[in-house]
Design a protein around this ligand. Structure first.
Ligand SMILES: [Zn+2]
Ligand SMILES: [Zn+2]
Length: 130
């Protein structure tokens, strides 16, 4: 039987799917129940509101959203980049757009332009020699 350290409190425990000791698993489970109950009474809450009202740590609430215990769209939480409220993914639509804009020209336009100016340069040298 494999022995691991609990990822929450570091205590040595038997390896399991959640990588937590029995005590922390119990705590997480209780926290999730609290969040679920709060959400039933207060739909469309923000991550912050749930955190304030239930005292449950933000990473546990985020984990519930990622694992599907809370359905995406029913809770809003801050965009990882600009803190705008979102309810899906990690970034708001604006930041996703900015990230895309940022990457496109570098990958496509730049190498192409460099190659062309390089070609012109070598052609000129050749012509000068002739
Ligand atoms: Zn633990
Ligand atoms: Zn954003």
């Amino acid at each position: 039987m494999a022995i691991i350290n609990c990822k929450d409190c570091g205590k040595v425990c038997v390896a399991n799917l959640s990588e937590q000791c029995a005590e922390c698993r119990q705590k997480t489970w209780q926290a999730e129940v609290k969040v679920a109950e709060y959400l039933e009474a207060h739909q469309n809450s923000t991550l912050e509101e749930i955190h304030q009202a239930t005292g449950v740590q933000r990473h546990i609430i985020m984990q519930m959203i990622r694992t599907g215990h809370i359905s995406e769209g029913s809770v809003s939480y801050p965009c990882a980049n600009c803190q705008a409220p979102i309810s899906e993914g990690r970034l708001c639509a604006k930041c996703v757009g900015q990230v895309l804009k940022h990457f496109e020209p570098r990958e496509q336009a730049a190498p192409e332009a460099e190659r062309r100016s390089g070609e012109m340069y070598t052609r000129q040298i050749v012509m000068n020699k002739v």
